[in-house]
Design a protein around this ligand. Structure first.
Ligand SMILES: Cc1ncc(COP(=O)(O)O)c(C=O)c1O
Length: 400
């Protein structure tokens, strides 16, 4: 494959080569936990499956290629890509790059589990000091850097669930100026829509459970870096902590990303049509979707996100319905193609109520400040026929 191949080609071939022994085009699922040695310490580069697993390497190299790490085989065996048991395991390992008492500057709106890990676990167990700031406000980010001297900055863009979009190149530049590690949770975009390393971020994190896996049948996580020194430290931590992705899951994730390009095209196209329909509906107070001109950071989104051959703003939509919890419940109970379930990014459409479901761990006061109210409903638009999805949403809205 050419180095500058199209991203849709990279989804299929990036980081991959056929098996030298059999010609197999997909790596076999290597289940062995250990590998025989000819003599103590003399082996083929494989000792123990927590440290080395060829199926996991297959997925790790693929995601490293898609996120444009630029790291060669000589610099790191899986090119700067690392796979973990879950997204949270990836995040937890990434936080181990910090030391006791370090400050992390994090986006004020982000996945509730990330907030829980930083504030309710690591603050107690490691003296981590999380400081939350709205990273769409660059003066606030600069002030927070000057005041708190963070060693790491953690940004989601678009955020979960209020879909705020942060200018990743600007965040990376500020982090560089202050010698901090810049990490982007790229779960909502996938590398088909946004490649934060190309924008200057140092590390990308994914919940592979979402768009990378794409079929709601696997949980997994990923860290990817373009910085060789960080790759070396993450490889050490991945093995030392041991929350690695198993070979069966690595196989499913690798299979998932083969169709990532096609799926993202459909997710984006349908989500745009649904967002426009919702914005015009009289039972809807407000729609937040980065593709709508009404989105406060639409211009930034158009600059840093996109399908390979045109605009693309992802499959996630946030809707504020008119009314409160009763109206939200009636809507959620009456849609049927959209399954009422946590998670996102699969081929099937999902719908959820963040205040009660995914973001219940975020304190009520912070939820109120961020606008995560009882009337907020989050949609993950799947790849079903778009007219059928729109008809389903009408049934839900008519029931309010
Ligand atoms: C943006 C984001 N980051 C991280 C995670 C955590 O990933 P996992 O559930 O795979 O541990 C999630 C899960 O919903 C998420 O939405």
């Amino acid at each position: 494959m050419k180095k500058d191949a199209h991203i849709l080609t990279r989804c299929i071939h990036g980081g991959q080569q056929n098996c030298e022994v059999t010609g197999a085009v997909m790596p076999p699922i290597y289940t062995s936990s250990t590998y025989a040695q000819e003599s103590p310490g003399v082996h083929k580069g494989y000792e123990y499956s927590r440290s080395h697993n060829l199926t996991r390497y297959g997925f790790e190299r693929a995601i490293a290629n898609l996120e444009s790490t630029g790291i060669s085989e000589e610099q790191d065996v899986s090119h700067g890509g690392f796979a973990f048991a879950t997204g949270m395991a990836a995040t937890a390992t990434c936080l181990e790059l910090l030391s006791t008492g370090d400050t992390i500057l994090a986006m004020d709106d982000m996945y509730g589990g990330t907030y829980r890990l930083m504030s309710l676990v690591r603050e107690r167990s490691q003296g981590l000091k999380p400081v939350y700031v709205d990273m769409t406000d660059f003066e606030a980010v600069e002030r927070a850097f000057a005041e708190h001297k963070p060693k790491m900055v953690w940004v989601e863009s678009p955020t979960n669930p209020t879909l705020k979009v942060s200018d990743l190149a600007r965040i990376a530049k500020i982090a560089d100026d202050h010698g901090a590690i810049a990490v982007a949770d790229n779960t909502f975009c996938s590398p088909v829509l946004q490649r934060p390393l190309e924008l200057g971020m140092h590390v990308v994190m994914h919940s592979a459970t979402k768009y990378l896996g794409g079929h709601s049948d696997v949980v997994g996580g990923v860290l990817v870096t373009r910085v060789p020194e960080l790759a070396e430290r993450i490889r050490y931590l991945q093995n030392a902590i041991g929350s690695v992705m198993g070979p069966f899951d690595a196989y499913l994730c690798l299979r998932g990303i083969k169709t990532l390009g096609l799926r993202m095209e459909r997710h984006c196209e349908s989500a745009m049509a649904i967002a426009e329909m919702l914005e015009a509906h009289d039972k809807v107070e407000r729609v937040v979707y980065p593709g709508l001109e009404s989105h406060p950071q639409h211009a930034v989104a158009a600059k840093q996100m996109g399908l390979p051959d045109g605009p693309g703003f992802g499959g996630m939509i946030t809707v504020f319905l008119k009314g409160g919890l009763d109206e939200s419940r009636r809507f959620l109970e009456n849609v049927s193609l959209f399954a009422l379930a946590e998670s996102l990014g699969g081929v099937e459409s999902l719908i959820e109520h963040p205040a009660i479901m995914t973001h219940a761990t975020v304190p009520a006061e912070s939820r109120a400040k961020l606008g995560i109210s009882d009337s907020l409903v989050r949609l993950s638009v799947g790849i079903e026929d778009c007219d059928d999805l729109i008809a389903d949403i009408h049934v839900g809205l008519d029931a309010i």
